[in-house]
Design a protein around this ligand. Structure first.
Ligand code: ATP
Length: 289
């Protein structure tokens, strides 16, 4: 038997870090939304009792370092599953890009194995299990639009953003999230207004959402990698309504309301960016099959 699952990327409409906790994690407030840029995960039963990972992408680990592997292992151990599974990851989301590709693969694996192995877990139970794998996995289990608090695992669902295009541009560098957090100096940053972003979503106001984009981690990544700031400037120059770096970067996204501007921005960025995508926000929560 086989199950196919989509693993969509996320962007941060706002990302704030409140303080570092005694357990070493950072207390965050993030408004996230899923976008129509997705990896495809195929889960197939295999003989034996092993978890196998396959991917054509050389940056994706094929062993226990893979977050999808960790998701399968956790479910297998907790629910005493004695069948083997092959996890094939068809990667579209750029790796180490601030788009939660690995977390989304783990979340999709949880959702898919729940079906393949007939575990009958609820979406809330899957999100709870996901939080043991990584901070963004709970959000990725639900998809849609949400405020994530704590270290990212406390989820409050929010209305979908107003309909618009999202242009993503990733320079040819990878950024380590751990490095960015290590270099974050909270005494010297301007914090986004998370409440105002949530109000903008509740008011279904494109203008307010654009006006409230903010990411405290830009203070670190833009200094480490000036090309990220350059891409932001270029996106504005080509006509994006608002721009921001997603997660710890280096991917920059721009919001665009009018179809007519989309081609101009896309073509302009293609000239000097490694990867450029034009996608829609998904906005609504993912259905549990
Ligand atoms: P985040 O913002 O959640 O830290 P990211 O989007 O910046 O993540 P990922 O694409 O998840 O970054 O990759 C970060 C690292 O995780 C990679 O360098 C890779 O070694 C490891 N990794 C583990 N599992 C996966 C996976 N399924 N896909 C991609 N990378 C993975």
């Amino acid at each position: 038997m086989k199950v196919l699952v989509k693993a969509p990327a996320k962007i941060n409409l706002s990302l704030d870090v409140l303080h570092k906790r005694p357990d070493g994690f950072h207390e965050v407030e993030m408004v996230m939304t899923t976008i129509d840029l997705a990896d495809r995960i195929e889960l197939s039963e295999i003989k034996g009792n092993q978890i196998m990972i396959e991917s054509q992408n050389r940056f994706v680990p094929d062993d226990q370092r893979n977050l999808a592997y960790q998701a399968a292992k956790l479910l297998k151990d907790r629910f005493d599953v004695h069948t083997g599974v092959s996890i094939s990851i068809d990667k579209t989301i750029p790796v180490a890009a601030g788009l939660a590709g690995g977390s989304s693969d783990a979340a999709a694996t949880l959702r898919g194995l729940n079906k393949l192995w007939g575990l009958g877990l609820s979406i809330d139970q899957l999100a709870e299990i996901g939080s043991e794998i990584g901070s963004d996995v709970s959000f990725c289990v639900y998809g849609g639009t949400a405020l994530a608090k704590g270290r990212g695992e406390k989820i409050t669902h929010l209305p979908a953003p107003p309909n618009c295009w999202v242009i993503l541009a990733k320079p040819s560098i990878g950024v380590s999230t751990a490095d960015v957090y290590r270099n974050l100096n909270l005494s010297n940053v301007s914090h986004p207004d998370t409440q105002a972003m949530m109000d903008g979503l509740r008011n279904r106001s494109y203008k307010e959402v654009c006006g409230e984009l903010g990411n405290v981690l830009e203070s670190v990544t833009l200094k480490m990698h000036p090309e990220v700031a350059h891409i932001k400037d270029q996106m504005v120059r080509f006509g994006a309504d608002a721009v921001l770096m997603s997660g710890s970067g280096p991917t920059v996204f721009g919001l665009v309301h009018h179809d007519s501007r989309l081609q101009r921005i896309y073509n302009g960025l293609r000239g000097f960016c490694d990867q450029v995508f034009a996608v829609r926000m998904l906005g609504e929560r993912l259905p549990l099959d």
